[in-house]
Design a protein around this ligand. Structure first.
Ligand SMILES: [Cu+2]
Length: 279
C-alpha cells in the first residue's frame, strides 16, 4: 500500500534558505498548464487534457511547495481523500494513486514536469509540512483536477529527448548519464514496487545529504544545508515522466521521502539518497 511522503519540518528548515539562486529556465515548454502555489493554496485550471501534459509550478509563496497529482479511482472524491487522510495520516488509501508532478521549489521559483496522464479524477496536493509539521494540504493546498480524454494528444511513453535518465528502484536510484551544468530534461522512471519520488536538492558548499536529512529531525538547529530545486513527485510502479532543470556548477543530492510501509523507514534511510557534483 502506498504511504504518504514524509518530510517533517521541511518548511521550518527551508523557509529562510533562499541565500543563493538557481538560473531560471529558458525555452520552457510553451503549452504548459500553470499552477500557482501560495501559502497555502493552489490556483490553476480545474481540468486538463489526458495524454502528454507539462505542468508548470510557479511558487509565489514564502514556503517551499510541490505539486503532487493523486489519481482517485473507484469513484472516490477529494472529500473522500481528505477523510481518509484524517483517519490514517501516514497511509494512502489503495484507491489513491501517485501520478507525479513538479517537485518542490523555493518561493519565487518556477519548475515544470511532463507526464502522460490517464483520463479521470485527480487531486493536486502539497505534502510539504508547515512549522508544526502539518502538511500544506491540510491548510488548503488541495485542488480537484479532472483530466479529460483528448484524441488530439499523444499517448504512451514520451519520446521526447532526455539528457539523462533516473530510474528509481526499491531502494536506490540508478542514474544513467550524469546531470550536467546548464538546462536539461531528465526522464524519471519508477522501476520499483513502491511509489517513489525524486527531490533534487542543491547542497550548500561543504554540506551533504546527511546534513540535509539531519534537518528533518526534531530540534535541528543551524543554517539550512541546501534547498529543493525541483524533480518529480511520487509516481507508482512502472510510471514515468520527465522534468526540466537548469543547474549551476555545485554539489547536489537526489532523495526520496516516501515511507516503506513494512519498516516505517523513509526511503532515503534505505538507500534512496545520492549525491553528485556538477562541474
Ligand atoms: Cu522512494
Amino acid at each position: 500500500m502506498p504511504v504518504m511522503s514524509f518530510a517533517v519540518l521541511l518548511t521550518l528548515i527551508l523557509v529562510n534558505a533562499g541565500c543563493h539562486t538557481q538560473p531560471a529556465l529558458t525555452d520552457a515548454t510553451d503549452d504548459a498548464v500553470t499552477f500557482t502555489a501560495r501559502d497555502h493554496a493552489f490556483e490553476g485550471p480545474a481540468t486538463m487534457s489526458a495524454g502528454h501534459v507539462t505542468m508548470r509550478l510557479v511558487n509565489q509563496g514564502h514556503d517551499p511547495h510541490h505539486a503532487q497529482l493523486i489519481r482517485l479511482t473507484q469513484g472516490k472524491t477529494a472529500k473522500d481523500f481528505i477523510a481518509a487522510l484524517k483517519a490514517e495520516p501516514f497511509a494512502t488509501p489503495a484507491w489513491a494513486q501517485y501520478a507525479g508532478g513538479p517537485n518542490a521549489v523555493m518561493g519565487n521559483e518556477t519548475t515544470e514536469a511532463t507526464l502522460d496522464l490517464e483520463a479521470g479524477d485527480y487531486v493536486l496536493i502539497c505534502q510539504m509540512p508547515d512549522r508544526q509539521g502539518i502538511p500544506h494540504l491540510a491548510s488548503g493546498m488541495i485542488q480537484p483536477v479532472r483530466v479529460i480524454e483528448d484524441q488530439r494528444r499523444r499517448r504512451g511513453p514520451s519520446n521526447d529527448h532526455a539528457d539523462s535518465v533516473i530510474r528509481a528502484l526499491d531502494f536506490r536510484y540508478n542514474v544513467q548519464q550524469p546531470l550536467r551544468a546548464g538546462q536539461q530534461r531528465v526522464r524519471f522512471v519508477n522501476r520499483g514496487v513502491q511509489p517513489h519520488e525524486a527531490v533534487l536538492v542543491q547542497l550548500n558548499p561543504g554540506a551533504t545529504l546527511k546534513d540535509f536529512v539531519a534537518f528533518f529531525e526534531p530540534n535541528a538547529s543551524g543554517p539550512p544545508p541546501g534547498r529543493p530545486i525541483g524533480g518529480m513527485t511520487g509516481l507508482e510502479q512502472d510510471q514515468e515522466g520527465s522534468f526540466l532543470v537548469k543547474l549551476a556548477p555545485g554539489h547536489y543530492g537526489l532523495i526520496c521521502f516516501f515511507l516503506d510501509p513494512g519498516s516505517g523507514m523513509p526511503h532515503f534511510a534505505k538507500g534512496m539518497a545520492t549525491e553528485f557534483d556538477v562541474e
